[in-house]
Write a protein that binds this ligand. Structure first.
Ligand SMILES: NC(=O)c1ccc[n+]([C@@H]2O[C@H](COP(=O)([O-])OP(=O)(O)OC[C@H]3O[C@@H](n4cnc5c(N)ncnc54)[C@H](OP(=O)(O)O)[C@@H]3O)[C@@H](O)[C@H]2O)c1
Length: 295
């Protein structure tokens, strides 16, 4: 199939390009230099020349504090962007797979959120991403809207800059010997490599609709850090941060665990427990750091 991946050099986009290519698809990876999703003419120009059968959108403005400071830009990218993509996808007869977020929920349910649960975003990022979901669902029937959470991958997240959570923990442990992490936010940390495999599988089906797609199980950021240090045998003093130690500048959901209900009910769920994907990520990290032995 002909696939266009938008945000191709991002954390998730780069793994999607690799996964779709490995499965023998013809992939056009579009970076921000190739397409501006908030501009309908740019979207039409970029996609009409490719005429893909599937358009995958990972592009977003998702630095939460920046969204709060610049709500109009956040709306243009996170809401009007997916709308533009849905309009052009509909004209081309293409399927649109759009990536959304656990931040559409308030985090007060106390048990994993299902696709049927009512969203109630707490911040501009969540509000604008939810608007994007509505635009896609109202514009084209041939859509997958996929909410995910707590991403980490071998390419850094471009919007947040710097290191992913795992790399940051390992760096801080090495530099400081002591690390303090909050245990008040519970998520399902999800590997972009595993998510990409799932999205490739989903995009080859015609089970259109709204999906949750995260690793199985959940943990606080503190528990995630504890597992990272245990697997890597890192000598570090890990402590729970005091409640007021890292005050959040923007309200965030405390518990945003998603249940992959729609994937499971259709027999499509390929996710394993979050610990398995973390082991794999850390194993690959060691392999890529080992010197190659030439014989
Ligand atoms: N990261 C997470 O933990 C997380 C959690 C839940 C959901 N999500 C969702 O997952 C998706 C992918 O996240 P990610 O971590 O892979 O993001 P990322 O690394 O920041 O990648 C986003 C990509 O989109 C491009 N982009 C940004 N604005 C654009 C625009 N207006 N037009 C065209 N391209 C644009 C970026 O290019 P430039 O950098 O050059 O601008 C970048 O290549 C996002 O939709 C996000 O909302 C992420």
């Amino acid at each position: 199939m002909k696939i266009a991946v938008i945000g191709a050099n991002g954390q998730l986009g780069s793994d999607l390009v690799a996964s779709f290519s490995e499965k023998g698809n013809a992939v056009s990876g579009l970076t921000h230099a190739d397409i501006e999703i908030s501009d309908l003419s740019s979207v039409a120009h970029a996609l009409e020349s490719i005429r893909p059968q599937v358009i995958v959108n990972t592009a977003a403005m998702h630095h939460v504090e920046n969204c709060e400071r610049e709500p109009e830009n956040a709306f243009a990218v996170n809401a009007l962007g997916p709308r533009n993509l849905a309009l052009v996808a509909r004209d081309l007869g293409a399927v649109l797979l759009h990536v959304s977020t656990d931040y559409v929920f308030a985090g007060s349910k106390g048990s994993p959120y299902l696709e049927e649960d009512n969203p109630r975003p707490l911040n501009v990022y969540g509000i604008t991403k939810l608007a994007g979901e509505h635009f896609v669902r109202a514009t084209t029937g041939k859509h997958f809207v996929v909410r995910t959470s707590g991403l980490y991958g071998k390419s850094p997240c471009r919007a947040k800059g710097g290191l992913n959570f795992i790399e940051l923990m390992l760096k801080l442990a090495k530099e400081r010997g002591e690390v303090r992490v909050v245990d008040t936010e519970v998520v399902s940390p999800t590997s972009t490599a595993e998510l990409a495999e799932q999205l490739v599988q989903l995009s080859h089906s015609d089970c259109y609709g709204l999906y949750h797609a995260t690793a199985e199980g959940s943990c606080s950021w503190y528990e995630f850090a504890r597992e990272i240090f245990a697997i890597t045998d890192t000598p570090v003093r890990l402590k729970v941060a005091a409640p007021d130690e890292f005050p959040a500048k923007v309200p965030r959901p405390k518990y945003s665990v998603l249940e992959n209900g729609a994937l499971k009910s259709r027999g499509l769920n390929a996710f394993k427990p979050w610990q398995d994907a973390l082991h794999k990520y850390l194993g690959n990290r060691i392999k890529s750091a080992s010197p190659q032995i030439c014989t």
